[in-house]
Design a protein around this ligand. Structure first.
Ligand SMILES: C[S@@+](CC[C@H](N)C(=O)[O-])C[C@H]1O[C@@H](n2cnc3c(N)ncnc32)[C@H](O)[C@@H]1O
Length: 252
C-alpha cells in the first residue's frame, strides 16, 4: 500500500496551486523548529520512565499495548508523535496561525506540546483525554514548558465536547488522534464541521490503521464542504477553502 502511495505522490515541481506549493515547501518539507528539539528531548525522558500506570482504554485501543497496566516509556514509544510528525504539526500551526486548536486524544501531551509551542500567545489549544492519569502527566509537561495556552479537558470526547462549545464557536485546526474507529471518527468530524471556517484545517491521524479508518477518510475527503485533501499516508489533512476540489498525495 505504501509503495502505491509513493507512486501516486507528487513533488512540488508539479504543483500549480500556489497554496499547495507553499504548504508543500513550508509545512511538508520544512525544517524542524527550535522548540521541536526541546520537545523531542522531553519525550526522550518519558522514553526512560519505567513507572507503570493503570490505563482506562477509551478508544479503539492499541495494536501493540494490550495490558491496562502500562509503562510510561511504552506509552511514549507507541502512542506519541515522533519528531518527524510532531515537527510537521508545529510547522502546520506556524503556517496556519490558528486562533483555536482542538485535539482529540492528548495521551502524554507530546503532540499538544508540538502544536502549542508554535501557537501565538493569544491563541488557545484545547486537548481532550479520557484517562485521568495521562491528563495529569500531560499537564506536568505543559507546566514544564510554561505553556499557558493549553487547556486540557479530562473526560470522554463526547462528554467534553459541550465544554469545548462553551469556549469557542470556531475551530481553526482540529487534530483527530483518538478512538480510531470509523463511526466515532465520522461523528467527531460531523460535530466539528459546523465550527469550521474557510481557513480551517482538520488533520486525521492513522488513516491507514485499519480498512475502516481508510473508509472513514475516503468519506471525509468526499464531503461537499471539503475542497482540498492532502494524503500523507499516515495522516490526512482537509481544507475548506474556496477552490475547485483537489486531492493530493505526498510523502512526509
Ligand atoms: C494516540 S493517543 C494520542 C496521542 C497524542 N495525540 C500524541 O501524539 O502525543 C490517543 C489517546 O486518545 C484517548 N482516547 C481514545 N478514545 C477516547 C475517547 N472516546 N474519549 C477520550 N479519550 C479517548 C486515549 O486514551 C489515548 O490516550
Amino acid at each position: 500500500m505504501y509503495l502505491k502511495h509513493r507512486l501516486k505522490s507528487k513533488s512540488s515541481l508539479y504543483l500549480h496551486s500556489p497554496f499547495v506549493f507553499q504548504f508543500y515547501n513550508e509545512v511538508i518539507k520544512g525544517k524542524p523548529l527550535e522548540s521541536d528539539i526541546k520537545i523531542n528531548n522531553y519525550k526522550k525522558t518519558l522514553l526512560q520512565d519505567n513507572k507503570s500506570i493503570e490505563i482506562q482504554d477509551f478508544g479503539a485501543g492499541s495494536k501493540v499495548l494490550s495490558n491496562s497496566n502500562r509503562k510510561i516509556k511504552d506509552i511514549a514509544r507507541h502512542n506519541s508523535k515522533d519528531i518527524k510528525q510532531g515537527s510537521f504539526m508545529s510547522r502546520l500551526v506556524r503556517f496556519l496561525k490558528p486562533n483555536t486548536i482542538l485535539e482529540y486524544g492528548t495521551s502524554l501531551g507530546i503532540s499538544s506540546l508540538y502544536m502549542a509551542s508554535a501557537l501565538n500567545s493569544n491563541a488557545q489549544l484545547i486537548s481532550m483525554e479520557g484517562d485521568p492519569q495521562l491528563s495529569k502527566i500531560a499537564q506536568n509537561g505543559c507546566d514544564q514548558f510554561n505553556l499557558k495556552n493549553i487547556q486540557l479537558l479530562n473526560g470522554e470526547f463526547d462528554t467534553c465536547f459541550p465544554e469545548v462549545l462553551q469556549k469557542t464557536n470556531s475551530l481553526d485546526l482540529v487534530y483527530f488522534d483518538g478512538n480510531h474507529l470509523k463511526e466515532p471518527t465520522l461523528k467527531y468530524f460531523k460535530d466539528c464541521i459546523n465550527l469550521a471556517n474557510e481557513d480551517s484545517a482538520f488533520v486525521f491521524d492513522d488513516i491507514r490503521w485499519t480498512a475502516d479508518m481508510l473508509s472513514a477518510w475516503n468519506i471525509i475527503k468526499a464531503h461537499p464542504k471539503v475542497s482540498l485533501s492532502i494524503d500523507l499516508f499516515d495522516m490526512g489533512i482537509i481544507f475548506f477553502r474556496q477552490q475547485a476540489k483537489e486531492n493530493f498525495c505526498f510523502n512526509l
